[in-house]
Ligand binder design. Structure first.
Ligand code: 5BU
Length: 253
């Protein structure tokens, strides 16, 4: 109810209906794998995160139909593109082969090039008569990342003041850092967190994992879960387990 962005309310309504604060990181490299996944977990997740450029057999038509399936499952579509260029180029990168502006509701961006990147991305959606929200990377989950506390503080203070910013990416693997981020962000913007797995500890290639319930209790509004679901033997059961952990965390918080 404190959120300034209407899409944040839309997300929370879906999250409450499904009793799930899970955003699925759908990191499968075939269209068939993606369709299978959304079919299996749709009822237990509240948003869908994509990396459109890692799909081997990507075509515009297959992608359009995948996005239709996501909308049928009541999901915001979040392209984790991590834009970082100057505003005018970021606007153009919203078009191109993948035409991200036409189907994404949310995208990620670094603020390294300055705040005009947010205006550039918003102009990208505006070019096709759509609206969207930017999630700024305030923290990352990977070890050794260069987003130090003073950088995080700058991102939060600039991002909080921008109406085009939906919220921030926080580090789900470190509840203490996350709680500090929550305190800095306040209640008006979202915090979404990757680096979450029921198997807490180190993941592949420097990824780090914290427990989903602890992340939510520390202030996460949405846990971003990839391999914990898409590599599970039973993705449906896994998605349900993450949904339950996130919901219990929210209720306790
Ligand atoms: P995993 O399989 O749960 O580790 O997948 C995590 C996903 O979140 C993956 O798509 C990453 O690109 C994404 N991610 C991340 O892991 N850490 C970050 O700091 C950011 C994104 Br930003």
């Amino acid at each position: 109810s404190s959120a300034t962005n209407s899409m944040a309310k839309e997300y929370m309504e879906v999250a409450c209906r499904k009793q799930s604060l899970v955003c699925l990181a759908a990191d499968r490299s075939t269209m068939a794998g993606l369709f299978e996944l959304i079919e299996a977990v749709g009822p237990h997740i509240a948003a869908l995160k994509t990396h459109v450029d890692l799909v081997d057999d990507w075509t515009p038509d297959a992608w359009a139909s995948f996005c239709t399936s996501a909308k049928k499952a009541d999901l915001l579509i979040f392209e984790d593109r991590k834009f970082a260029d100057i505003g005018g180029i970021s606007r153009k990168q919203m078009a191109g082969v993948y035409n991200i502006r036409a189907w994404s509701d949310l995208v990620t961006a670094h603020l390294i090039s300055g705040p005009d990147i947010v205006d550039g991305l918003q102009a990208g959606w505006g070019d096709v008569g759509r609206v969207g929200g930017v999630l700024l990377l305030a923290q990352m989950s990977s070890r050794g990342n260069l987003l130090n506390p003073s950088y995080t503080a700058e991102v939060v203070s600039k991002g909080k003041a921008h109406h085009g910013v939906f919220g921030f990416i926080g580090n789900g693997s470190r509840p203490t850092e996350l709680a500090a981020l929550r305190a800095a962000v306040g209640d008006a913007k979202m915090i979404w967190t990757p680096g979450v797995n029921l198997a807490v500890g180190d993941g592949e290639m420097g990824q780090r994992y914290g427990h989903p319930m602890e992340a939510v209790m520390a202030g996460s509004d949405c846990i971003i879960v990839g391999s914990g679901i898409h590599k599970a033997d039973d993705p449906t059961a896994a998605a349900k387990a993450y949904a339950d952990a996130s919901w219990n965390g929210l209720v306790q918080r």
